[in-house]
Design a protein around this ligand. Structure first.
Ligand code: SF4
Length: 84
């Protein structure tokens, strides 16, 4: 497996992420508010196919597991509170 993956997000920004476990955007944007999780952020969204997959808008979407995002990862510095 490659150690890093590079994506272009919806805003045309090139994001290089580590493939290690954990929220890869912490490396790019730093930590978010203490105690916040990605599930509470407006940038996370759900895709429904045979299963349910979560993606972060800021990571882009390869339609593959490389951009799957975990709702319980700690929030990054781009966290914005989503609607409840
Ligand atoms: S906090 Fe929001 S912007 Fe940051 S990784 Fe999680 S879902 Fe994406």
């Amino acid at each position: 497996m490659k150690k890093q993956t590079t994506y272009e997000n919806l805003f045309g920004e090139v994001i290089t992420v580590s493939n290690k476990k954990g929220n890869p955007l912490l490396k790019s944007f730093g930590k978010g508010p203490e105690g916040e999780r990605c599930k509470n952020c407006k940038h996370i969204y759900r895709k429904q196919y045979a299963g349910t997959y979560y993606k972060c808008e800021l990571r882009g979407n390869t339609n593959g597991p490389g951009t799957d995002h975990r709702v319980n990862w700690p929030a990054c510095g781009k966290f914005e509170k989503g609607e409840d």
